[in-house]
Design a protein around this ligand. Structure first.
Ligand code: PEP
Ligand code: MN
Length: 355
């Protein structure tokens, strides 16, 4: 392990840290005259990296060596490929999920599901449990929304990605979702991450809007450590000083993550932009930076949407965006997974039961 130390530490001030390293079982050696780069030799265990990162004299762990962290690319580990329905994320496969921010009513959800399928998209997004900044905003339809998602899946064969907010709801969300979303506001809800890690369904983990890349990866680590390897990371923009866009899409983080972790990384340009007119260019930027997919908010009548209408694009724009995506990923030999044109997986008349 290689660690970078705070500038200007006197020899005596270094002693406690050097003693700690030796007590942890490492040999220590400075690599520079200024005594800022410290190499630790020896076998550690998985608690050591974060213990050293938390030390006040340590600026960063530059090269973690064998850090035992499950997200790490380490030793050239190949990409993890996460399959959702009939598409895949990672390992050269790129896919798109699209749909409304919130599940609002059955007819609209079905219309949007069929619409996104017509654009070649085979994963429908839609929140039944909505994390809203204000308790007075629409909170989602909850269990009724889940039933609508299940019915639309039965009707169309589309795969479902939907958010869970509460560890107590994980089981029932997992019954409906093909892919369970952890939103930006829940990214450090560690009991929820652990519970979702045990749910037996792939996880879509969004980056906390104030999380560093390292913190983002450690959130993923909670899910992985609970035994779930099917984790897709999602960059959805971080908070910045400028309100021109809702958030600041961190394209650099996407490029970094593509190299640093074997997990697939996708981009959510909708929550990054907060404006429908910027969704398409940000989607292009994300894919060009190496993202393995996109998640896009779509609505047939954005002005009446219960949440995030200002960033919802039309189905027509989604079609254009999927064509962009196909062209961009083909530049580096990747493939956009299109919906395979099979008949609905579970035709049913479930629609009537929940209207
Ligand atoms: C959403 O997907 O509608 C959502 C609330 O996203 P985020 O958690 O990224 O804000
Ligand atoms: Mn939204």
């Amino acid at each position: 392990m290689l660690i970078r130390l705070r500038h200007g530490l006197a020899s005596a001030e270094l002693d406690p840290l050097l003693k700690l390293c030796r007590d942890l079982g490492y040999g220590t050696r400075f690599l520079d005259e200024g005594r800022r780069l410290l190499e630790l030799a020896g076998q550690g265990d998985r608690t050591h990296r974060t213990r050293l990162e938390d030390h006040p004299d340590v600026v960063e762990v530059v090269a973690p060596g064998d850090s035992y962290e499950l997200h790490a690319r380490g030793g050239g580990r190949p990409d993890t490929v996460v399959r959702i329905g009939d598409v895949a994320f990672g390992g050269g496969d790129v896919a798109i999920a699209a749909g409304p921010c919130s599940v609002e009513d059955y007819e609209r959800l079905l219309l949007l599901a069929r619409g996104v399928q017509d654009c070649g998209v085979s994963i429908l997004r839609g929140g039944a449990f909505k994390p809203r900044t204000s308790p007075y905003s629409f909170q989602g339809l909850g269990v009724i929304g889940l039933e609508m998602l299940a019915a639309v899946r039965d009707e169309t064969g589309i795969a479902i990605v939907t958010e869970v907010l509460d560890p107590r709801d994980v089981e029932r969300v997992a019954e409906v979702a093909d892919w369970i979303q952890i939103g930006t506001r829940s990214a450090t809800n560690f009991p929820l991450l652990t519970e979702v890690g045990r749910a037996g369904k792939p996880v879509l983990l969004k980056r906390g809007f104030g999380a560093t890349v390292r913190e983002f990866l450690l959130s993923a680590e909670y899910v992985l450590n609970a035994g779930n390897e099917d984790v897709v990371l999602c960059e959805r923009g971080v908070r910045s000083f400028d309100s021109t866009t809702r958030n600041l899409l961190d394209v650099g983080a996407v490029a970094h993550l593509a190299a640093a972790t074997h997990l697939p990384v996708i981009v959510d340009p909708s929550h990054a932009a907060g404006r429908a007119d910027l969704v398409r260019p940000l989607a292009r930027a994300g894919l060009a930076a190496g993202a393995d997919g996109l998640i896009i908010e779509v609505h047939d009548d954005p002005a009446t949407a219960q949440s995030d209408g200002e960033q919802a694009i039309s189905l027509e724009d989604l079609r254009a965006l999927t064509l962009d995506a196909k062209a961009i990923v083909s530049l580096d030999g990747r493939v956009l997974s299109d919906r395979s044109l099979t008949s609905p997986a579970h035709p049913s008349n479930a629609k009537e039961s929940i209207q």
